[in-house]
Design a protein around this ligand. Structure first.
Ligand SMILES: NC(=O)c1ccc[n+]([C@@H]2O[C@H](COP(=O)([O-])OP(=O)(O)OC[C@H]3O[C@@H](n4cnc5c(N)ncnc54)[C@H](OP(=O)(O)O)[C@@H]3O)[C@@H](O)[C@H]2O)c1
Length: 244
């Protein structure tokens, strides 16, 4: 039977894979959570929105005769990854994750590792600073617990409701970013501290290089616990897996 893929996306790597699949005429559906107002168009049939938990995803796999699921979501989309793992076990569907290695601190980096968003908020206790929050909009409200800082929020969309942070600036921008741009952003806003997730990959790494060059410390949120699925790191490896 010819494979039929479900590609769980929302990352640069997922978009690269979508192009490779389309070029090879692989039968595949691309899935977005629907978090951003205008998601990047994909060269595959695309659906948007949650499946309705594990049960909803099992139903989707059956209804669409999906033979293979590629989880190419962001490493912090842990709920989706666990749902995909459980649903594929239940439905007997093949699953692989297209992941990217976590970033590692290099000489000159000043990283403080924290376990999660709450850890990042706790690490911000102290005197007011100008802080670049390189996090998604859903993570922003937690920082109201440290209202003394001026936050620069880099978001994909202009928020419909102003973030509940007394001092903030919104910068609307969508990755991938480059070092020159991120250095200029940090200098323009006088950034003294960066808060980010250890996403890995190339699309969001520039801020770390810029922070290193400018001597700006980083609060690095370490990765969440992800399911024990097979993982590969390249588009070619996914293509080989489908063909095997
Ligand atoms: N978390 C981040 O920092 C981050 C950063 C960049 C991009 N993203 C992308 O943004 C999306 C949402 O991330 P999240 O952290 O909010 O996810 P999450 O917390 O793991 O997932 C929450 C729920 O959103 C739905 N969902 C997530 N990804 C989906 C997808 N690709 N297709 C269909 N439904 C999806 C699922 O709903 P149901 O239970 O109803 O199926 C899931 O249970 C993901 O596609 C991820 O790749 C996330």
């Amino acid at each position: 039977m010819a494979p039929k893929l479900l590609l769980l996306g929302g990352t640069t790597e997922a978009s690269l894979l979508a192009h490779a699949l389309a070029e090879r005429d692989v039968d595949a559906v691309f899935s977005y959570a629907g978090r951003v107002a205008s998601p990047k168009a994909q060269p595959l049939p695309t659906r948007v929105g949650g499946f309705g938990g594990v049960a909803g995803l099992v139903q989707f796999l059956h209804e669409h005769n999906i033979t293979h699921v590629v989880d190419a979501t962001h490493p912090f989309a842990a709920q989706m990854s666990w749902n995909a793992f459980e649903a594929c076990q239940k439905a007997g569907t093949e699953l692989i994750a297209l992941t990217r290695p976590a970033w590692r601190a290099q000489a000159g980096d000043q990283w403080t590792h924290v376990a999660d968003i709450d850890g990042a908020v706790a690490a911000l206790t102290g005197d007011p600073k100008r802080v670049l929050l390189a996090l998604g909009k859903l993570n922003v409200p937690a920082f109201a617990a440290q209202p003394q800082h001026h936050y620069v929020l880099r978001l994909v969309d202009q928020p419909e409701v102003a973030p509940a942070l007394p001092n903030h600036t919104v910068v609307v921008a969508r990755g991938p970013f480059d070092v020159a741009g991120d250095r200029a952003l940090m200098q323009e806003h006088g950034i003294e501290l960066v808060v980010c997730k250890n996403a890995g990959g190339v699309g969001a790494e520039a801020k770390l290089t810029a922070a290193r060059e400018l001597g700006v410390p980083v609060i690095m949120i370490d990765r969440p616990n992800l399911p024990p699925r097979p993982e590969v790191a390249t588009v070619d490896a996914v293509l080989e897996w489908i063909a095997s």
